[in-house]
Design a protein around this ligand. Structure first.
Ligand code: NDP
Length: 486
């Protein structure tokens, strides 16, 4: 630790290493992407998207209404019937490969734009979001001509028009998660990005144009929740895919119930990250940090509940606190930054409210000394100890850089506490014993269980939850099933 730069120690600070915002040219205004063209919303409605790190406006963006949803679904229907469904899989694959390669070629542009619009550190948008988005298009391109041999029967058919609604935490990556399998399976898409992060989805729409994707195969409707609701309810939509809050997920499930639409829901989580006394401690500390402070904790599968074995709890917490003092919070475009901005004022308010509730309920709050920038939305990395299972911070998704620490004595107690949540998206286990990992993995009610790692994603690996974390799987071969009538 000696000599390492810390937030508290400006003498040893790194020099700033900002990526240039000039890498990407942001237009003053953007239209909706319908039938291969950018056009204004009916009635000319717009909203402003801002940089959450500075609160400065980035662009005015068209706000879709019911008439725009109708136009986009009509364009997607025509493209499905006349172009995309009849096209051989091997031909569809060529478009997906082309999109993947263009995303790679324009990776720096995508990374800078994502960090500007979302507030996440450039290190993450550059090394995680953008490469993984390209990887999804590459991966599903490989499936497009093999669907008949993938165990879905001899002639699996696409569903039709997919209405896809995505959140603000991984804007480009979620767009890729949704579009790539849908297109590979032969569906056409209408995508609704989150209101606070529309820009990379619009850049991806430009990439679709650049790749020569036939008009109407991908449509992007920027706008508010109402546009998402109109899309989900549209009778011309055959498949609904949603990632976001459990609350909105329930509304969508209710809207889709009684219709023939297929539905996948990827909702919230409150994952347990379980550290045993025999865990490789250096790696576990990094895993805890990555589990909850990656992407400011705006991660549905974040390891937001640390369950640590009582005999090593003090030692783990000591090391964790020391590690946190070395995290750098600040300019998302600086390549040294570990923790960027909170995505919106609303989200910051929610994180503050839940953290205050944690203190009021008797948990002990700790953050490293940390200078927050004056403008923008910021929250220091925070640890709560003395947390009991009944506390709100142990039960509710905070979706911010806030870790709740609980302890356990036996493996059975760890399982009971880990499963004591309405969610069931992910979990982590840190131990030296393979048999213990397998024992836990069989008992943890979570869609993904990571062992001696956390927040690892791969397009070949299915992802999804149980209970209030949703249903259906995205990624891998499973992700295709959600878009096939098989
Ligand atoms: P939402 O679930 O409200 O938003 C997700 C997407 O759904 C956005 O595109 C949103 O549009 C859209 N939407 C909102 N209402 C409707 C509706 N009735 N029908 C169809 N689409 C709709 O998440 P928030 O952004 O409001 O975040 C709230 C909380 O949700 C967070 O604090 C966090 O706890 C959790 N969350 C969980 C995520 C996850 O991956 N599990 C992701 C994001 C949030 P618009 O952006 O315009 O509102």
């Amino acid at each position: 630790m000696a000599g390492r730069p810390r937030l508290t120690d400006p003498v040893w600070d790194y020099a700033p290493a900002p990526e240039s915002a000039g890498t990407v040219s942001i237009a003053p205004e953007y239209g909706l992407f319908i039938d291969g063209q950018f056009e204004p919303a009916t009635g000319g409605r717009q909203f402003v998207t801002i940089n959450p790190a500075t609160e400065e406006p980035l662009a005015r963006v068209a706000e879709a209404g019911q008439a725009d949803v109708d136009r986009a679904v009509a364009a997607a229907t025509t493209a499905f019937e006349q172009v995309w469904r009849p096209m051989p899989g091997a031909e569809r694959a060529k478009y997906l490969y082309r999109i993947a390669r263009i995303v790679q070629e324009r990776a720096r542009e995508f990374a800078v734009l994502e960090s500007l619009d979302n507030g996440k550190p450039i290190r993450e948008s550059r090394d995680v979001d953008v490469p993984l988005a390209a990887a999804h298009f590459f991966y599903y391109a490989g499936w497009a001509d093999k669907l008949e041999h993938a165990g879905f029967g001899p002639a699996p058919r696409p569903l039709g028009v997919a209405g896809q609604v995505i959140p603000w935490n991984f804007p480009l990556l979620m767009a890729a998660w949704k579009l790539a399998p849908a297109l590979a399976a032969g569906n056409t898409c209408v995508l609704k990005p989150a209101e606070t992060t529309p820009l990379t989805a619009l850049l991806l729409a430009q990439v679709c144009q650049q790749a020569g994707l036939p008009p109407g195969v991908v449509n992007v409707l920027t706008g508010a929740g109402a546009a998402g609701a109109a899309l989900v309810a549209h009778p011309g939509v055959h498949k609904v895919a949603f990632t976001g809050s459990t609350e909105v997920g329930k509304q969508i499930a209710a809207a889709v119930a009684g219709t023939p639409k297929k539905l996948t829901l990827e909702l919230g989580g409150k994952a347990a990250n379980i550290v045993f006394d025999d865990a490789p401690m250096d790696q576990a500390i990094e895993g805890i940090v990555n589990g909850i402070f990656f992407n400011q904790g705006h991660v549905c599968c974040a390891g937001s509940r640390l369950l640590v074995q009582e005999s090593v709890a003090e030692a783990v917490l000591d090391r964790l606190r020391r590690r946190l003092t070395t995290l750098r919070l600040g300019d998302p475009l600086d390549k040294n930054t570990d923790i960027g901005a909170i995505n919106s004022r609303e989200q910051l308010t929610k994180i503050r409210e839940l953290s205050d509730a944690g203190e009021a309920e008797g948990a002990q709050r700790w953050s490293p000394p940390c200078q927050l920038p004056e403008r923008g939305f910021w929250f220091a990395p925070t640890i709560f100890t003395g947390v009991s299972q009944s506390h709100r911070i142990a039960r509710e998704e905070i979706f911010g850089p806030v870790l709740s620490v609980l302890t356990f004595r036996t493996p059975a107690e760890a399982v009971a506490k880990a499963n004591n949540t309405p969610y069931g998206l992910s979990a982590g286990v840190w131990t030296d014993k393979g048999s213990r990992i397998l024992w836990l993995a069989q008992r943890l009610r979570a869609g993904v269980v990571w062992a001696n790692t956390f927040n690892k994603f791969d397009p070949a690996s299915p992802f999804g939850g149980y209970r209030e974390s949703g249903y259906g799987r995205e990624g891998g071969r499973h992700g295709l099933a959600a878009y096939l009538d098989a």
